[in-house]
Design a protein around this ligand. Sequence first.
Ligand code: RP5
Length: 163
Amino acid sequence: MAEAPVAIIMGSQSDWATMRHAAEALDILGIAYDARIVSAHRTPDRLVSFAKGAKAAGFQVIIAGAGGAAHLPGMTAAMTPLPVFGVPVESKSLSGEDSLLSIVQMPAGIPVGTLAIGRAGAVNAALLAAAVLALHDSALAQRLDAWRDRQTASVAERPSDEG
Ligand code: RP5
C-alpha cells in the first residue's frame, strides 16, 4: 500500500510549474502525495501500469495535470475506479483552452472532475482531494476548516493602495 493517499501525475516535467501548486496545498494541509511524470502519449505503458495499479497501491485520489491534447486525466480515469481530478495546464499556443476542452469533454460514463486552467485549478484539485479524504478523517476535516478560516480572515474589508 502507498503511504500517500494522493497521486499527482502530470504529462511532462514542464507541467510541474503548475502542478507544484497542488503539492504545496497538500503540504499545507498535511496530506502526503506522490508526484510522478506519466505521459499518455510519450509513456503509454507507464500510464497503463500506474492507472491500473493505483488503487491497489493505496492511492485514494488522483490529481492529473496535462496540457495541449491532454489525454492523461481521461485515460487514467478509464483505467481506475478512483476519483480523478483533471487540471488543464496552460499551453503556449492556445493558453490552455485546448487543455481544458480535451479534459472536460469526457463521454458519459467515465468522469473526470475538471478544474480551472493553471494554478487555480491545481490548488482547487488539492482542496477537492482534501475534501474527499476529510469525509473519513476528522483531523483532516479540522485542518481544512482552519485553512478556510485563515483564508477568510486574510481578506481585507477595503482595498489598499499598498496592494
Ligand atoms: C503534454 O504536452 C504535457 O502535459 C505538457 O503540458 C505538454 C507539453 O509537454 P512538453 O513538450 O513541455 O514536454 O503532454
